[in-house]
Design a protein around this ligand. Structure first.
Ligand SMILES: Nc1ncnc2c1ncn2[C@@H]1O[C@H](COP(=O)(O)OP(=O)(O)O)[C@@H](O)[C@H]1O
Ligand SMILES: O=C(O)[C@H](O)[C@@H](O)[C@H](O)[C@H](O)COP(=O)(O)O
Length: 196
């Protein structure tokens, strides 16, 4: 069985899973599958889920809906809200997962500014697939015309960031299973690093 197939059947079982609580951000451009993966992890792990889009001020949503890319200035207040949510989860010890584009390094630094150890799950998807997904998605304010600016803004996470690039799957369930496997592997790595 391919790793993708076995991952899919793992997710298909949808049995609740236990992992030590972590603060997770699912990142990537529009259409990369952030909401799919973050809500899927929420279903499997029971961790608190926040849709990053839900924290955008209405003016940002109106701008994107009008086909105008956001600027850094537009994004700072939104990122601060995201950070406050992440820090609150870290303080309460709740496992949590936020879907948030976090396109640039400075944006991720802003999310980390409160000192919370955030695991970023990065969804890297080829442009043609992204364009197709955005065109198929009818009930969303984000127009496919903004894909180019999203990809231009994207800065790949560096090796010094706590970021994991997920293996792409052809199905949403497969993608969620890859995310779960990545978090499990990250946990094992942290145990080894701590010398246990
Ligand atoms: N691995 C996948 N395979 C096929 N379709 C997917 C996959 N992940 C997400 N999708 C679909 O692509 C679209 C965009 O996904 P979504 O989770 O809304 O992305 P984002 O939150 O990053 O904009 C949705 O219609 C979703 O069902
Ligand atoms: O930083 C940004 O420009 C936005 O956060 C953007 O990346 C995000 O993708 C939109 O809010 C659309 O929402 P979806 O990501 O759900 O398509």
């Amino acid at each position: 069985m391919s790793s993708d197939r076995s991952a899919q059947s793992a997710a298909a079982s949808s049995a609740p899973v236990w992992l030590p609580p972590r603060v997770v951000v699912v990142m990537g451009v529009s259409g990369s599958g952030k909401t799919t993966v973050a809500s899927g992890l929420n279903n499997l792990l029971g961790w608190t889920f926040q849709e990053g889009d839900g924290l955008h001020p209405p003016a940002n949503v109106e701008k994107m809906a009008a086909g105008i890319p956001l600027t850094d200035e537009d994004r700072w207040p939104w990122l601060d809200k995201c950070r406050a949510w992440l820090d609150e989860c870290a303080t309460s010890g709740t496992g949590c997962v936020l879907s948030c584009s976090a396109l640039k390094r400075v944006y991720r630094d802003r999310l980390r500014a409160g000192g919370t150890d955030i695991v970023f799950l990065f969804l890297k998807v080829p442009q043609d697939i992204l364009a197709n997904r955005m065109m198929q998605r009818k009930d969303h304010y984000m127009p496919p015309s903004l894909l180019g600016s999203q990809l231009e803004a994207l800065e790949l996470p560096g090796p010094d960031e706590h970021a994991i690039e997920l293996e792409m799957s052809e199905t949403p369930a497969g993608e969620v299973a890859h995310a779960l496997e990545a978090l499990k592997a990250d946990h094992q790595k942290s145990i080894r690093k701590a010398g246990f």
